[in-house]
Design a protein around this ligand. Structure first.
Ligand code: C5P
Length: 399
């Protein structure tokens, strides 16, 4: 399947990654789609309109107030023409303008005037990307329904290393393909509830016990389940991730809060995935006032938290297909199969967290999926890709 017949506006803003846009447009044209390029004034400092015209085979648009361009195709007509507007690279400046609805040039005006899907490929210095203002603006755009593709991690043009690289042209073409072509939706009509992230167990008003879970795997599963057509409930512990769009998110802190929300949603769900790293214990008593320093040692009494997934799997009426996760540092198969049986799960996804760069707080993971009678090993890959494979495997087991 290619993108034949699809109409894409590639909007280029002024960042060094603009030099990759010639390649991006070439790869999109390979997919036989129609591409029109819009450039901001600052983009022209990084790549010339002539280059973009040559690769797209179309005149480049850059001005809102150009009578001849308006006569050929007015900006509202242009905005309606597109099936997708992809802004690549998207600088912190254009992201900020989009988040506040500023329309002071052709590209930002098209974004407001289009009924089409809008995607951005952020690209900037890692410090600029991490700035709270940029993060705030990205959250706003995500909740407005703008797709945010990337950025990637690695060495930057300025010499810094970190998050802020524009995705590579081939990765952006893949994103365009999944955004524009109808994916197979084996989970249409199914409801999936997913727990994600850590829990936070209060000791007193200012202190808590938690763990290093980032929530990336659970959020990836939620996105994947949505892509495959499911209605998704995500029960999330405290994480630093942008909430996915078109997914019902319940924010919780403690294991008890997570359990209450899980049991409320599980009996309405076809599938329950327990991906959260739930604290095994909580304080027996949460002090009402800040605990004061006393002596050289102190003892806190902990009591066991409920096993959320085991309670879901024990539901008698309307029990969902129940999938757990097991992070192990040794005897992965033995422990995973033990949990599958003891918690009465239908499937368990196990990973070896002793391997450097995998599992907790990392972008990558490697999983082995276990059922009672079967097992499948999935090689190391990005958590989002892995999530899609896991959700497809679950879908294949449902009636
Ligand atoms: O027993 P362990 O914590 O290793 O089991 C992991 C699996 O059980 C995960 O699916 C996790 O989300 C779930 N779990 C839970 N409630 C707990 C502990 C773990 O749902 N209290």
């Amino acid at each position: 399947m290619n993108l034949s017949g699809k109409k894409i506006v590639v909007g280029i803003s002024g960042g060094i990654a603009a030099y990759k846009c010639a390649e991006l447009v070439r790869r999109l044209k390979d997919q036989q789609c129609e591409v029109k390029v819009v450039m901001t004034e600052s983009a022209k400092h990084f790549i010339t309109p002539l280059t973009m015209q040559a690769v797209s085979g179309e005149p480049v648009s850059d001005s809102l107030l150009d009578p001849s361009a308006e006569a050929a195709m007015g900006h509202i007509e242009f905005a309606k023409w597109a099936d997708l507007i992809l802004i690549a690279p998207a600088t912190s400046n254009i992201i900020a303008k989009m988040a506040t609805g500023i329309a002071d040039d052709l590209l930002t005006t098209l974004v407001l005037a289009t009924p089409a899907k809008v995607a951005i490929a952020p690209a900037m210095n890692q410090q600029m990307f991490a700035h709270p203002a940029t993060q705030r603006n990205l959250e706003t755009l995500a909740s407005d329904g703008v797709a945010i593709w990337g950025p990637g991690q690695g060495e930057q043009a300025c010499g810094d290393i970190g998050k802020g690289r524009m995705l590579e042209p081939n990765e952006l073409v893949e994103q365009c393909t999944s955004a524009l072509l109808p994916a197979e939706q084996p989970l249409l009509g199914k409801v999936i509830t997913i727990t994600a992230g850590p829990t936070r167990e209060a000791l007193d008003p200012v202190r808590y016990i938690t763990n290093h879970s980032s929530g990336k795997m659970g959020y990836g599963l939620a996105e994947a389940a949505k892509m495959l057509g499911a209605t998704v409930n995500l029960i999330s512990g405290p994480v630093k991730l942008n909430p996915p769009t078109d997914i019902h998110v319940s924010h919780v802190n403690s294991a008890i809060e997570m359990r209450d929300e899980a049991l409320r949603l599980a009996s309405e769900s076809d599938v329950f995935i327990g991906c959260a790293a739930v604290a095994d214990y909580r304080a027996a008593d949460i002090a009402e006032q800040k605990i004061k320093k006393q002596g050289d040692a102190m003892t806190i009494t902990l009591v066991k938290n409920p096993d959320i997934i085991a309670e879901v799997a024990a539901l008698t009426a309307k029990r969902p297909y129940t999938v757990g996760f097991a992070a192990e540092t040794q005897n992965v198969e033995q422990y995973a199969l033990g949990k599958l049986k003891n918690k009465n799960l239908d499937m368990i996804c196990a990973n070896d967290v002793s391997q450097a760069g995998l599992g907790f707080n990392s972008d990558n993971n490697a999983l082995t999926l276990f059922w009672q009678e079967e097992q499948v090993s999935l090689p190391t890959s990005n958590k989002n890709e892995l999530a899609l494979t896991v959700v497809k495997a679950i879908a294949s087991k449902l009636d």
